[in-house]
Ligand binder design. Sequence first.
Ligand code: ADP
Length: 303
Amino acid sequence: MENRKKNVLSAIQPTGDLHLGNYFGAVKNWVAIQEKYNAVYGVVNYHTMTMPYKAANLQEATWKMIFMVMACGVKVENLFIQSLIPEHAELTWIFGCTCSYGELARMTQFKDKGEQLKEGDKEAFVSAGLFYYPVLQAADILIYHADLVPVGKDQEQHLELSRNIAARFNRQFNKEYFVHPEPLYTETPKVLSLADPTRKMSKSLGEKHYVNLFGDADRIRKQVRSAVTDTGERNDVMSAGVSNLFELLKACEKHDIRQSLLDDYSSGALKYADLKEAVVEALIELTQPLKENLAAIQADKRM
Ligand code: ADP
């Protein structure tokens, strides 16, 4: 049996601020698994071009994302910038001729994202890049011979496409060259918007819906204190907003205080203000050193 570390590939788009959802749902896990695996993490700026974006900001946003994930603890030697490695685009072309139009047309993400664009504006520009990006994703994955790719449900179909492309390429060229990547399922929390806990925390919902990981402490305090707790559910089940605050305590590994507040909840003695203060403290404790790391990286003249 081969006794090597497995290769893991994961990527993030440089779309601006990192928020708590990105941290707990993705970047924290990157840090956690980077020793166990041979990990390669990319800032995939070509993917950002598939949806409306600001061209003038893309380069700066790309480097900022590199610095932010480094500040979270990702090792610089594990990182790459997609557009600086021409082979990503070159392999995309070759793979484009290794999969069919019909296969790409079946990708539900293309339909979902296309519809999302049309929702805001019926005449919205849906680029061919949006149709083609799963091929670029296959190149991102297969170029590093990734054995494992951490995926959410929404990306499973694309990973299957990568496997099909690898198999077809290997058959066509009569060589077991590309590895067939498998999904790596890790338990990561889904962080909900504090302003509307019926929805996932996301930048695309607008500023009040996400907590910037590198934002100032006052803003974090304000956002948590005004978090929606009552979302009109039945009295006998914990509301999504309250449950989200407990999840944040868990994600911050504040297990004792979480348990004691859960006991208060069960006995009917919980004051939401106490829960919110515990979350504020946990988040400030988490984010303060990350902010200091980022400032130090940005001040480093070698960067
Ligand atoms: P956004 O929707 O804010 O633009 P992205 O879609 O770019 O975030 O997601 C980047 C990474 O962060 C992905 O791995 C995604 O699964 C994770 N992520 C994003 N939002 C959340 C969230 N609310 N909870 C958990 N993980 C999230």
